[in-house]
Ligand binder design. Structure first.
Ligand code: ATP
Ligand code: MG
Length: 259
């Protein structure tokens, strides 16, 4: 556990030791509650986390070798892309803002705030957390460069002309299926992080990472630091030999085994 997380444990009302079997999961909840109190996370985000948490429990709360494989391919895709971008929402900002900024630096990806329950105050609060973690440019806040993805009824349709709209690869997490489907239809390569391999987002994405975002991003940073030194052919070979459906099926079998 990192120092910040140990501090969070100490601050918690009901005293939990780092050796508590649910310590990691309780720290994640605490971060989300903190995010909720700071206006970053919405109540719906807390519920969405609950859905993910149930799957994580069955996965033993660890990265499976199949998830790691998907994480590796995701990094390759981001390194190979001309205009990769990371889409950030309230939960992901509350859980791993610093790591998301690091990943964007290592993979040379841009960052865009994109919310289902959109408000200027919340977008700004998320952007300032990211900037505090040294993000230089955060897209998705400027109304002048706002454009719309068609056929989406939620606020997730609003994207930045110079961000998600003109990107070739989009990394997203805890995403809504409607938008994922449309982004794929638009010809974008979509990498998603979703603990539920049965969600629409998981099913339609090009690379689906069935793992908890709090483990995914540090793994991807580590992988990216190694793969950034490799040549294009090496990265392409990894991408071309990956079968997303097969990989997701293996994750599903791990969940079944967990039951
Ligand atoms: P879809 O709209 O894609 O069909 P859904 O409606 O079931 O999915 P949403 O609420 O739209 O679900 O999205 C939240 C998704 O994020 C859930 O599938 C949940 O499993 C996943 N999730 C929640 N917390 C995490 C987390 N910490 N890491 C990874 N995935 C998570
Ligand atoms: Mg949904």
């Amino acid at each position: 556990m990192k120092i910040k997380e140990l501090d969070l444990l100490k601050k918690m009302k009901h005293k939990i030791t780092p050796t508590h079997p649910r310590a990691n999961s309780l720290v994640i909840r605490e971060k989300l509650v903190e995010g909720f109190n700071n206006g970053i996370v919405v109540p719906h985000g807390l519920i969405a986390h609950g859905r993910g948490e149930a799957f994580d429990y069955l996965l033993g709360e660890k990265t499976t070798k199949f998830a790691y494989e998907a994480e590796k391919v995701a990094v390759c895709l981001m390194l190979l892309s001309k205009k990769p971008i990371i889409s950030i929402n309230g939960n992901t900002a509350a859980l791993c803002a610093r790591d998301l900024v690091t990943l964007s630096n290592v993979t040379k990806s841009r960052i865009e705030v994109n919310l289902f329950h959109k408000s200027t105050a919340r977008s700004s609060a998320i952007a300032s957390i990211l900037k505090k973690e040294n993000a230089i440019v955060v897209l998705g806040l400027d109304n002048k460069s706002k454009t719309i993805i068609e056929n989406i009824s939620s606020n997730r349709k609003f994207v930045d002309k110079n961000g998600i709209m003109n990107s070739d690869t989009i990394f997203l997490a805890l995403e809504d299926g409607d938008r994922t489907e449309n982004l794929v239809k638009m010809g974008k390569k979509v990498i998603s992080v979703d603990l539920n391999p049965l969600s629409r987002t998981a099913i339609v994405s090009n690379v689906t990472i069935v793992d908890n975002i709090v483990r995914v991003i540090p793994n991807m940073i580590k992988i990216a630091k190694q793969l950034v030194k490799k040549d294009k052919q090496y990265l392409l070979r990894l991408v071309n030999s990956f079968n997303n459906k097969e990989n997701m099926h293996k994750s599903l079998l791990m969940i079944k085994k967990g039951i």
